[in-house]
Design a protein around this ligand. Sequence first.
Ligand SMILES: Nc1nc2c(ncn2[C@@H]2O[C@H](COP(=O)(O)OP(=O)(O)O)[C@@H](O)[C@H]2O)c(=O)[nH]1
Ligand SMILES: [Mg+2]
Length: 235
Amino acid sequence: MKIIVIIPTYDEKENINEIIAAVLSQHEALEVLIVDDNSPDGTASMVEALQNESKRVHLHKRAGKLGLGSAYREGYVIALEKGADYVVQMDADFSHNPKYLLDMIALKDDADVIIGSRYIKGISVLNWPLRRILLSYFANQYAKFITGVQVEDLTAGFKFISKEALSRVNLSKVKSNGYGFQIEMNYAFASTGSSIKETPILFMDREHGVSKMNKEIILEALIGVWAFRLKNYSV
Ligand SMILES: Nc1nc2c(ncn2[C@@H]2O[C@H](COP(=O)(O)OP(=O)(O)O)[C@@H](O)[C@H]2O)c(=O)[nH]1
Ligand SMILES: [Mg+2]
């Protein structure tokens, strides 16, 4: 079994060494693929140093900040080319505790896609300002209503995906880039016949570095969800 954990990075020098080590130590089947958008802080060269020590570390360098959605789309293709049986999406900033990878591995035969969810056991978010929690929670309720996908945390960035589920989706149809990307992928999985299950996580705000999310990304998600039902995501 090969599980490739894709971690998109933009200016994550304070987290990158620690997150890679924490992921790899969870299970021997895990490898990491960092997709770095030419971070000005030199994140990529830190990954290159780690590559000299471990064959389980991969790096995809891109020319500039091209967005989270396109980083994941390129990451998926590379992970499948490298022979991944499962592909994981995860943030670099420790908001997604690597220990939950073991829960996801344990559930791998229960569904095609396993989502690390903040909203199935009440609201499990630590250290976010109340307005950000409320925005995220209600955006999720809204996205669920519009898309009809029965998932409580549609904007979650922590997902464990089988290669079969991924290869049923025509990635060139997926156009969103931020939170909208997470919702759109879930819609694409559900509408191409994949099963989705949620496993509870406690999401913690980052302690190091800064968030790259902004108003445009939130607006893209709120407006973009209307279009998903009109598209066919099959290959
Ligand atoms: N490659 C790449 N990574 C990004 C980009 N924007 C954000 N990220 C990474 O995506 C992850 C989530 O971003 P973050 O800023 O923590 O979002 P937040 O948790 O919603 O505030 C982190 O690992 C970021 O470094 C981007 O444009 N390109
Ligand atoms: Mg974050």
